[in-house]
Design a protein around this ligand. Structure first.
Ligand code: DP6
Length: 356
């Protein structure tokens, strides 16, 4: 991936710049619901698989502002946009820097230019915000010359980088690690359960509708929390799934992991459907694909389905079975709607420049 957007003019003095790449991750045991909206602390933990190929590459340049206005600029895939999540993350970082005694971080003194490129459809339930916010958080942090704590093997609570990325998106935290990752319900304690090359898994992605989703995860989660009669049970029954799935990963037991994954997906969608008004991210085609997955299983394939806040169905299987499953799904929903993805690597820095 390389940034192809026109280069942005930087009229003010640049404090530093960094570029980061991050991959999307797909939750096998889902995060849905928040314990605290302000810090974006989740109500439940989660377990995810970071993927290869799909992701975001982001450059952040911090500028010293001579003018009194200090607005952040965000350019996604060559187009300038407003994004409240991006602004919230950058504002949080400046507040943290100021609290740490960096006087340059005072409101209005610096602003960021963010240039980002996504290789995954944006905001359609394919986890673009996970890779986007992980790349943004890591680049914005590193552009200030601060070390990357996520490069350590164990990330325990207390990492300011994790808190920063979580402000952008709760699921994005997991993209700071590669392979299979468990995130606790504090939203900041994270364990890598399995390196990307330690278990030869694949996800067969069935794209149902590439357009943006109607209701964001953020809004959908709050609606579910406030109106679904099943929400409390979703939260209270969650730790069992997370622990059992962790065991399944440790035992490399795909059947057990697949069953738990489907259970977590269907519980999350049941809570969504029972919200008022209902959150119905799945389409008729999604249900048709689920029938096919059951059929595949009845014919002996180890294939398990999961869906997020969108209509797409992702099928978890062994790498050796992925081509066969993808060929079958292509015959049902079309050649161009099915892709295979494998476990991917952690978010990482791809370039840094210090001007002061
Ligand atoms: C269904 O991380 O996008 O994909 O924290 O509000 O930004 P915010 O939500 P987000 O939600 C992801 C929800 C999910 C399940 C998951 O990835 O765990």
């Amino acid at each position: 991936m390389s940034l192809s957007s026109r280069s942005i003019e930087h009229p003010s003095h640049s404090l530093g710049s960094a570029s980061a790449a991050a991959s999307v991750n797909i939750a096998l045991i889902k995060y849905w619901g928040k314990a605290d909206v302000d810090s974006n602390r989740p109500a439940v933990g989660s377990l995810s698989l970071t993927l290869d190929e799909w992701g975001s590459e982001t450059t952040v340049t911090w500028l010293e502002k001579k003018e009194s206005r200090a607005e952040h600029r965000f350019i996604l895939n060559g187009q300038e946009r407003l994004d409240s999540k991006v602004n919230k993350l950058l504002t949080h970082l400046l507040q943290y820097a100021e609290a740490e005694g960096h006087s340059w971080a005072k409101q209005g003194q610096v602003s960021a230019v963010v240039e980002s490129k996504n290789t995954v459809p944006t905001a359609s339930g394919l986890a673009s915000s996970a890779s986007g916010m992980a790349a943004l958080g890591l680049a914005a942090w590193s552009a200030l010359g601060w070390p990357n704590p996520s490069l350590n093997n164990d990330i325990h609570g207390g990492s300011q980088l994790i808190d920063l990325v979580r402000i952008g998106s709760g699921s994005a935290v997991r993209s700071l690690k590669g392979g299979l990752v468990r995130l606790e319900s504090d939203g900041r304690t994270m364990t890598q359960l399995c390196e990307r090359d330690e278990w030869s898994l694949a996800l067969v992605i069935c794209i149902v509708d590439p357009g943006p989703k109607a209701i964001s995860s953020r809004e959908g989660m709050e609606r579910t929390r406030l109106t679904s009669p099943y929400y409390d049970r979703w939260v209270s029954s969650h730790p069992h799934d997370l622990n059992a799935a962790t065991e399944a990963v440790n035992e490399r037991d795909l059947g057990k992991l697949g069953e738990l994954m489907e259970h977590s997906t269907f519980k999350m969608h049941a809570a969504m459907w029972s919200a008022k008004p209902p959150l119905r991210y799945l389409k008729a085609k999604s249900l048709m694909i689920l029938d096919e997955v059951e059929q595949l299983r009845s014919r002996g394939s180890a294939a398990w389905a999961t869906m997020d806040a969108g209509p797409h169905v992702k099928i978890l299987c062994e790498r050796s079975e992925a081509a066969h499953i993808a060929t079958h799904m292509k015959s049902i929903i079309g050649q161009r709607s099915v892709l295979i993805r494998h476990p991917g690597r952690a978010a990482h820095i791809i370039g840094e420049k210090r001007d002061v």
